[in-house]
Design a binder for this molecule. Structure first.
Ligand SMILES: Cc1cc2nc3c(=O)[nH]c(=O)nc-3n(C[C@H](O)[C@H](O)[C@H](O)COP(=O)(O)OP(=O)(O)OC[C@H]3O[C@@H](n4cnc5c(N)ncnc54)[C@H](O)[C@@H]3O)c2cc1C
Length: 456
């Protein structure tokens, strides 16, 4: 059997590795086409490499092409797949280095082409200091630019989602003056509720990032092949480098051309085993697919590394003759902006409303450790619970050290459809260096329970 994989990162290489684990080279030949220079890299680590917290780019690479080849996976770097022929069951790839075209037949195909940054027409300028961030090659391009430019001083980040705020932090750490433009009234508007986003905004401003909200971009000014400014209705912002953080969309151009089914979110449609719906022997995983939101029952596109790895693994196990499923997501995510941690799970108020839920919210301020214990830091936890049933629909945390990972307890509760009242009795750990005697999660659950009772 021949397995061909398109995309050599989280989803694609997880699938290839899992399939290889189960089937030896005599039973399964595996070829991976990757148009970039790297395999199995952490795109998630790019902001921390650019910002300097991770000094060495190669630390972001979990497995090099050579390591994969040693494991019996034929990795073809700098090969871009330009066509999938489902009738002939082969892919067509261009060799971006040597030129020429390869046709590779397959019995199984994994489509793991990831996502592409949203790039408006005005931002499609090459070699001018304007960057989207998706692959390690993109990260390398920004890193090289910052190293090469004589004295870059001003960065404008367009878009205040998690990639935007992480890249803003990276630019601050590189010593640039940073302006972040966000079209919503506060940053991270899709991640957290407005009141929680306002805390992020306050913190970013305290770091020295100029945060301009309700901001729109008309275009860029360039001169001598370089970006010079970002043009907004309110004026022109000088810029030596522009980073786009306007979101990503599933990279499905090839899939659509080949006739693979694409759902309402724009991602390739698969079943729970990551088989592309209705197409024998074709699998898809990662940022290019849509999945199911387990709390709304609706299709969702949630492009995160945590899902890409799991989905790729599931595809590989199934290709290798095993059985595995990816049930869906509940929207758990975490990030930080310098020392401010931000986390969420489940639905935001806006998402809960859009899904048709009637709900109550409760917010509490508490500390990460016993108040008297050195290093205790403040955090805000907000819970969203269904009116009447009290089922936890969502949770958000904004705070400092040790705040964000508390979201995992809340994610388990939301995943298991616990009520906030049930959560008040959870046997969470306590000792003064780790939590107050009433963990902030428990305090929030108590307050949300009161809100649910008041709503009856
Ligand atoms: C700056 C940043 C920070 C992030 N932080 C987090 C985080 O903290 N937590 C988290 O869970 N997620 C995070 N993510 C998201 C995470 O990196 C992605 O969800 C994950 O990389 C998706 O894996 P993937 O394999 O589906 O796609 P990708 O990682 O995008 O890999 C797809 C690969 O396919 C290749 N490719 C595409 N088209 C072709 C073609 N036609 N032929 C050959 N090769 C092709 C691309 O070059 C790419 O290498 C972050 C992403 C970015 C950009």
């Amino acid at each position: 059997m021949r397995l061909v994989v398109i995309g050599g990162d989280a989803a694609g290489m997880s699938a290839a590795s899992q399939a290889r684990k189960r089937l030896g080279e005599d039973d399964l030949a595996i070829t991976v086409f990757e148009r970039g220079h790297f395999t199995s890299y952490s795109a998630c680590g790019i902001p921390y490499w650019i910002g300097g917290a991770v000094p060495d780019r190669d630390k972001l690479v979990a497995r090099t092409p050579e390591e994969h080849r040693k494991a019996g996976i034929d990795v073809r770097l700098r090969h871009e797949v330009v066509g999938i022929d489902l009738d002939r069951r082969e892919v067509v790839a261009h060799d971006l280095t040597g030129g020429g075209e390869t046709r590779e037949p397959f019995d199984h195909l994994v489509y793991g082409a990831g996502a592409v940054p949203v790039t408006p027409e005005w931002a499609r300028v090459r070699d001018a200091g304007v960057f989207g961030v998706q692959t390690l090659d993109d990260g390398q391009a920004i890193h090289d630019w910052l190293d090469r430019e004589p004295r870059p001083r001003r960065a404008v980040v367009i878009g205040g989602g998690y990639i935007g705020v992480e890249m803003a932090e990276a630019m601050v750490l590189r010593g640039l003056d940073v302006t972040l433009l966000e079209k919503s009234p506060q940053p991270m508007a899709k991640t957290v509720d407005p009141d929680m986003g306002a805390l992020v905004q306050k913190s970013m401003r305290a770091l020295g990032v100029e945060v301009l909200t309700d901001a729109h971009v008309d275009g860029l000014e360039t001169a001598d092949g370089r970006v010079r400014a970002v043009v907004t209705p309110g004026g022109t912002l000088p810029a030596d480098v522009v980073v786009l953080g306007m979101g990503v969309r599933p990279n499905t151009a090839l899939a659509r051309e080949a006739g693979l089914p694409v759902g309402p979110t724009g991602g390739v449609r698969t079943d729970l085993r990551m088989r592309v719906e209705g197409v024998e022997g074709v699998w898809a995983a990662g940022d290019c697919v849509e999945t199911q939101h387990l709390l709304t029952g609706r299709p969702a596109h949630v492009p995160l590394g945590t899902h890409a790895n799991k989905q790729g693994r599931v595809a590989g196990i199934n290709i290798g003759g095993g059985y595995a499923t990816f049930p869906g997501v509940i929207g758990t995510a975490v990030t930080k902006v310098c020392d401010l941690e931000v986390a969420r799970t489940g639905l935001t108020s806006k998402e809960a409303h859009a899904a048709g839920f009637s709900f109550v919210t409760a917010s509490v301020d508490s500390t990460s450790r016993a108040g008297y214990y050195p290093g205790a830091e403040m955090m805000t936890i907000k819970l969203i619970a269904e009116r009447r049933t009290g089922v936890l629909l969502g949770a958000q945390i904004v705070g400092r050290a040790e705040a964000a990972k508390r979201i995992d307890a809340l994610a388990v509760a939301a995943w298991n459809r616990m009520t906030v009242e049930e959560m008040t009795a959870l046997d969470l750990s306590y000792a003064p260096p780790f939590a107050p005697v009433w963990d902030p999660v428990l305090i929030a659950a108590r307050k949300a329970t009161e809100a649910v009772h008041a709503s009856l």
